[in-house]
Design a protein around this ligand. Structure first.
Ligand SMILES: Nc1ncnc2c1ncn2[C@@H]1O[C@H](COP(=O)(O)OP(=O)(O)OP(=O)(O)O)[C@@H](O)[C@H]1O
Ligand SMILES: Nc1ccn([C@@H]2O[C@H](COP(=O)(O)O)[C@@H](O)[C@H]2O)c(=O)n1
Length: 224
């Protein structure tokens, strides 16, 4: 069986950061499922599609021409051959991704693509429904949270580090809207899997979270 570690949770909880560090440490592959929802939204925008049409967006999701190329500096994400690694990180693309992610047609359109990431020696999967829907049999499931205020603070710092201006009140409102959509949608809502370990990172450093996660992984997978 391929060992899959799922880390789900709301925006800005630190999933991406921890998943990257964990995958590197264990030599596992990495699935950034949020990138697939962002790519679907961006592909829709570039094609001039109606983002409010679930059937149209579902077809776009199912037929995404995407490549993840590992480079010395990180992962280059290509959409139809064009590097969109930066473009998909824009706040507006994140908001559009959160809109189209509520459509069952989009979620089912991305399922097979996500499951193809599971390869030996193992996979670290980052998202909202990794432990509940995409990899329900994963042996290690973590649900990573932090207060909305702390997550907004982290996002503001992250944007400022990239040289962008960020308004705390706007970012907090965006985070709360995304949380609401993710938690209240009918299809694969953001909820911890029954067998997930919940970890609140509000007052933990990145190193502190990684240490706790590694402890859980070592216990569950009996790694040395
Ligand atoms: N425990 C922590 N303490 C302080 N800052 C953190 C912590 N974890 C992550 N961060 C920082 O918070 C920001 C958001 O983290 P990250 O992108 O990993 O969150 P995420 O859960 O993947 O969000 P999203 O789902 O929206 O992509 C980053 O700048 C990251 O360095
Ligand atoms: N498994 C997932 C992953 C993401 N989403 C939605 O996509 C949006 C963008 O994700 P990021 O993690 O890159 O911020 C996010 O706001 C979710 O609405 C999802 O539904 N399921």
């Amino acid at each position: 069986m391929i060992p899959v570690i799922t880390i789900d949770g709301p925006s800005g909880a630190g999933k991406g950061t921890i998943c990257q560090l964990l995958a590197k440490k264990l030599g596992y592959s990495l699935l950034d499922s949020g990138a697939l929802y962002r790519l679907t939204a961006l592909a829709g925008q570039l094609k001039g599609a109606d983002l409010a049409d679930p059937d149209v967006m579902g077809k776009i999701a199912e037929n995404l021409a995407v490549e993840f190329n590992v480079t010395d500096t990180g992962v280059a994400i290509l959409l139809e051959g064009k590097d969109v690694s930066q473009a998909i990180r824009q706040e507006q693309v994140g908001m559009d991704a959160s809109q189209v992610a509520a459509y069952p047609q989009v979620r089912s359109g991305l399922l097979a693509c996500q499951r193809q990431f599971a390869k030996l020696p193992g996979l670290v999967a980052d998202g909202r429904d990794m432990g509940t829907t995409v990899f329900p049999d994963a042996p290690v499931k973590i649900f990573l949270t932090a207060s909305a205020e702390e997550r907004a603070k982290r996002r503001v710092l992250q944007l400022e580090e990239k040289g962008e201006t960020a308004d705390m009140a706007t970012i907090l409102a965006d985070i709360e809207l995304r949380d609401k959509r993710d938690r209240e949608r009918k299809e694969s809502p953001l909820v911890p899997a029954a067998d997930a370990l919940e970890l609140d990172s509000t007052s933990l450093s990145i190193e502190g979270v990684l240490e706790e996660v590694l402890n859980v992984v070592q216990q569950k997978l009996a790694l040395t």
